[in-house]
Ligand binder design. Sequence first.
Ligand code: OMD
Ligand code: FE2
Length: 451
Amino acid sequence: MTTHEMPRGMVRAATTQGTTEGYMPGFGNDFETEALPGALPQGQNSPQRINYGLYAEQLSGTAFTANPPERTWCYRIRPSVKHAGRFAKIDVPHWKSAPNIVPDVISLGQYRWDPVPHSDQPLTWITGMRTVTTAGDVHTQVGMASHIYLVTRSMEDEYFFSADSELLVVPQEGRLRFATELGIIDLAPQEIAILPRGLVYRVELLDGPARGFVCENYGEKFKMPGRGPIGANCLANPRDFKCPVAAFEDREVRSRIVIKWCGEFHETFTEQSPLDVVAWHGNYCPYKYDLRTYSPVGAILFDHPDPSIFTVLTAPSAHEGTANIDFVLFRDRWMVAENTFRPPWYHKNVMSELMGNIHGVYDAKPQGFVPGGVSLHNMMLPHGPDRNAFEHGSTEPMVPVRQTETMQFMFETRFPQQLTEWAAREMPIQDDYVDCWQSLEKKFDGTPGEK
Ligand SMILES: O=C(O)Cc1cc(O)ccc1O
Ligand SMILES: [Fe+2]
């Protein structure tokens, strides 16, 4: 299927001025969109009867009284209660939720993994999800989980929603289509998508097998970080977030809906596609973002700032400035600081840092952290440049250098991350990772002067 082909039978809103080919720009906007003319009621949410015989339904992503409240009004062929009833538990063994403490697995440590090889098994978005770490508690809606997905099959007449979490998707190889209740998102490496809690969707492969990373956010939703003295511009700009226009299917076919709820998986069946929202308006919706539109701000004279300067999105916790999750991007950029050790400094951090490599070379780890690979520097565990990066960083000429062809990210959380059994035993762990610091030399010889 090409990017422009629609899934079977899907009717999408005509793009209007201000939209970019099936998407509407802006972060947290109050959007409105209709796939059939006149389907969206004007001036009120719940008229006695709705055009085309549609049903009105509200999807609330925050408490009714939150400030600001986030909700979307959907005008659909059937209310979703007709789609989802009579649930049965099913087993999705590799998708774990916090708390998931494996007694004989040691999560305390610095870990790194090679890319998980693509599979020749038929794996969908649901069966291909592999949890790497969990943190916090899904039941009290704090913390997160990190996952790797390996997708080799499109979902067919099968749909999913997570009542537990919002999903941040970071593709690394292969393109995916998210056909959602609120419209279609096509996603390629170097882009990200956010799928809100409660939204029903189907995931299709657009080409090849797909692999990528997911951050499952149990807590408050991702938002743009406060930019403080940076002001109104740079970092991620609101207009670069894109929300899909309405698209619907009118397909009467037996369909399976899988629901993640309190860490458990359930199935229910319906006789029609649940993607039957013809029009909607509101501020609770899925969106995508092209990481290449991120404008990094950094040191332009000396020293190395905290990586919070590279935050794309932040999911707050109850403690101001202490994120449940920060999503941080290390992209290509100029390094210009004078008289400065330019790679990341050595450090210990109360927050735990899970990193993934989308492509290219990461400056603190010129070897070993390869595209598709993952590293974890858990709560308060020391880490920093390996020996090669240290030697290079402390001797390189202080001329402007462009770090090119590089893109890594970090899921940083205030909670310690617990390894799953799969991450500890099946994912290709690099047993010798911690040795990358052992060859750092003692330079101190008791005499002053630079060594
Ligand atoms: O540990 C890492 O590689 C991530 C990181 C990068 C950086 O520039 C500063 C601090 C930090 O934790
Ligand atoms: Fe770090």
